[in-house]
Design a protein around this ligand. Structure first.
Ligand code: PEP
Length: 254
């Protein structure tokens, strides 16, 4: 089954609602020829209402960077899946390494959020990836297998088709250091193999796996054209509309 490429922007804690809307005004004309790539912008929570409004009836999808797994409750500061869908958000990042590192997110909370996203018809983009010391200790395969298997624990294969994974080696995020195409391809194959074990071989073949970690216009083509890489999750280089549109154009050279 063909996997439609997906390129997602993670704006982290950048851009006010005014700045987010201004981005779209410049960005739309730059991507008007695009039909091959699913484009997703994940702004901060405060920009979600403005962006879901502005992107309605366009080919650009809007996602959140995080969510709680409960629909409501006494969880001060949190955002629920129903709050996101009510705004028109369609995607959600789950388990980004910055959330794991600074906000105590674990494989177990990733699993709870993944189940909740599926139940609420949000497309989950589940981030996994090893730290540099784990790569240097030859632990990449076991780290990825554990992250993917716990994320998928108890997921009914019949509901799992929307799941997207993002391989984001932590040492490549925001560092300017990109995984070589060989390193990325090998990691994507490991993730696909674990999806086959945890779910089914058919789902492993159809699940999109994105690469993330210092993707820029000049390396997008070499990373995104590989067999097991189905797009990109882009942080820093997605903040500028011209640079993000160029990444989309270069990645489509697949
Ligand atoms: C990210 O935030 O997911 C990311 C990949 O960031 P950057 O592209 O800046 O490395």
């Amino acid at each position: 089954m063909a996997r439609k490429p997906l390129i997602a922007a993670n704006w982290k804690m950048y851009k006010t609602p005014t700045e987010s809307t201004a981005f779209l005004t410049t960005f739309f004309p730059l991507i008007k020829q695009n039909s091959q790539v699913e484009i997703v912008l994940c702004p901060s929570m405060t920009s979600l209402p403005a962006l879901t409004d502005a992107a309605r009836h366009t080919s650009v999808y809007i996602g959140a960077q995080n969510m709680h797994w409960h629909e409501n409750g006494a969880y001060t500061g949190e955002t629920s899946p129903t709050m996101l869908t009510d705004l028109g958000a369609t995607h959600v990042l789950i388990g980004h390494s910055e959330r794991r590192q600074y906000f105590n997110e674990t494989d177990t909370t990733v699993n709870l959020k993944l189940k909740s996203a599926l139940a609420h018809k949000l497309i989950p983009i589940v981030c996994v990836g090893e730290h540099l010391n784990e790569r240097e200790a030859n632990l990449t395969a076991s780290v990825l297998e554990l992250q993917v298997s716990v994320a998928l624990e108890g997921i009914d294969p019949a509901t799992a088709a929307p799941i997207v994974f993002a391989y984001e080696p932590v040492w490549a995020i925001g560092t300017g250091r990109t995984a070589t195409p060989e390193i990325a391809e090998e990691a994507h194959q490991l993730i696909r193999a674990q999806i086959a074990k945890s779910l089914t071989p058919a789902l492993a073949a159809s699940t999109r796996i994105l690469y993330g970690g210092s993707v820029k216009p000049d390396n997008a083509a070499s990373l995104c054209c590989l067999e097991d890489i189905d797009g990109a999750l882009v942080g820093g280089a997605s903040l500028d509309p011209t640079s993000f549109a160029q990444i989309i154009a270069n990645a489509t050279a697949k």
